[in-house]
Design a protein around this ligand. Structure first.
Ligand code: FE2
Length: 206
């Protein structure tokens, strides 16, 4: 109950990323899907309340369950490129893991988009962003990416690597380190070469 809002925001986005990446990963399977969808639903219902209202036990309860379900999802499946690119940011620049994931999530999702549209539409429906079956997959995808961006903003997570001292000249070394996280890159629905990784980091240097 005493966890500070910034930690709630960062760890909450980390938990959401566990479930999201597990669900769109090459290793996704029915057991992962069940936990991942329930996790994303619980987290999306609670993350802002838990962040803004420190004494809201119901919101924190939902976050705990959502986070645990996310752990089950990633154990059954695995995370992917968001986590692979987040690790060097934590290792070299001490960027909190959840903040790095939250910054990268919309950009990596856009990169993966042509491979994950159908899965994105399922998530958008599950977390209540679309209530109407006639809505197009394109629109569902757009709403889900907007939701990721608006959480990052409302949780006061920086959206620019410059806030952590990262410079253009650091990109090459970061991308090289990320390219070695093959354990996770192999789970990503779309292949990333070192130039793709550099481009993704550059999107966070405005
Ligand atoms: Fe994580």
């Amino acid at each position: 109950m005493k966890l500070p809002p910034a930690i709630i925001g960062a760890t909450g986005m980390d938990a959401f990323t566990h479930s999201f990446e597990s669900f769109i990963s090459n290793k996704a399977n029915p057991i992962c899907d069940m936990f991942a969808l329930e996790s994303m639903k619980l987290l999306s219902q609670s993350i802002l309340e838990a962040y803004h209202e420190g004494t809201n036990v119901h919101a924190r309860h939902k976050m705990l369950l959502g986070s645990t379900d996310g752990g089950m999802a990633l154990t059954a499946s695995g995370t992917a490129a968001v986590h692979a690119l987040a690790y060097p940011l934590g290792g070299k620049f001490h960027i909190p893991h959840g903040e790095a994931n939250s910054m990268l999530l919309p950009h990596v999702t856009r990169y993966n988009l042509d491979k994950i549209q159908d899965r994105m539409a399922i998530i958008a429906k599950e977390i209540g962003l679309i209530k109407d079956d006639t809505i197009s997959a394109d629109k569902a995808v757009e709403l889900l990416i907007e939701q990721m961006e608006s959480w990052t903003q409302e949780l006061a997570i920086p959206q620019d690597l410059k806030a952590f001292g990262v410079k253009e000249t650091d990109i090459e070394e970061l991308a090289l380190a990320a390219s070695k996280v093959t354990r996770l890159l192999n789970n990503n629905p779309k292949t990333l070469d070192i130039k793709d990784i550099e481009e993704l980091y550059r999107k966070l240097l405005n």
